[in-house]
Design a protein around this ligand. Sequence first.
Ligand code: BGC
Length: 368
Amino acid sequence: MALKNTKKPIKIKHLCAVLLTCLGGLCAAQVNANSTPEKVSAGVRQACHAVSAETCTLAHNLGRGINFGNMLEAPREGDWGIRLDPAYINVVAEKFRTARVPVRWTNHAAPTADAKIDEFFATRVDKALDALLAKNMYVIVNTHHYSQLFGDKLHPNEYAVDPAVVEVRLVNIWRQLAQRYKGRSKNLVFELLNEPHGTLTSDAWNSLLSKLISAVREVDTTRTLIVGPTYWNHPKDLDKLQLPADPNLIVSIHSYDPFEFTHQGASWTPQFPKGVVCCSTKQQQTLASSIEAAVKWNKAKGYPLHLGEFGSLDSADMASRVAYTRMARDIFEKHGIGWTYWEFGAGFGAYDRIQLKWIEPLRRALLD
Ligand code: BGC
């Protein structure tokens, strides 16, 4: 199993609504045209015995989504060659039901334990989240990239803090975010940390995540929270995840298998050369078996799953990317798992920012 490299250098180049009303485990949500996300869970429901009916419904309603990647989680917006242009919000809302908005809050907060969030930056994020919520989308906001917490090399323009305050800063950031977004729609979901890995071992993560959940719950008792396992949210670490009793949790997994295909030519994973095609039976089994393991975990534990990231870099050939994307989406949907594609318009992107249009073969593989 290939490790996801922890170093992320600057990626310059890479860089009608339908109203569904459901009762008794069936759902109530506005669905955007073209996306037909209701098909995601058609007839297939995940096990939900650990969570409330509302959170179970929300997990299924997340349906098909996309990540606003490389924008607000770059050390500074624009550092990775793309900014969150308000026009993208309409483009995405027309096709997808859910937007995942990765945000590097830790680099926009005081370096001290209190981690007071920079108001100018927070207002910038508020506008993006509110614009998406106004489109009746589900919105997942997270804390994304905090190199020191994982023992990773810092990214250019990412600042170091006293090691003694690394963890408490994250707790205090979530306390502030819980307060800030307390009055927002229930369609806003908090994802407590993207891809724990490295020096943040499973034990350390289990302990930190319970502090993060408590910090949010002191302020907001019911908002749905997303948490995922270590090893970059790979399903293989699901069994190590320990969750406090809380009826409003969804568990996130990421899927980049077959990794040597999806990450070929990535500057941060130089061990994977270009030229790998997709998808052989073996490659399909690699992906399918990790998702089947996750489904088994879901049935045993009763927390619904969300697939927060999958995608392939543009250094792979387009025919293979299309085959991979459709294969992956079909596997997730077969198990009733909603997903957010990684990502909108950078190296893994499904949208061509120069020509201002979807890369049709990828869009079709995701949505048709
Ligand atoms: C990281 C991105 C990366 C992607 C694929 C994400 O979680 O934040 O920087 O491109 O995974 O590796």
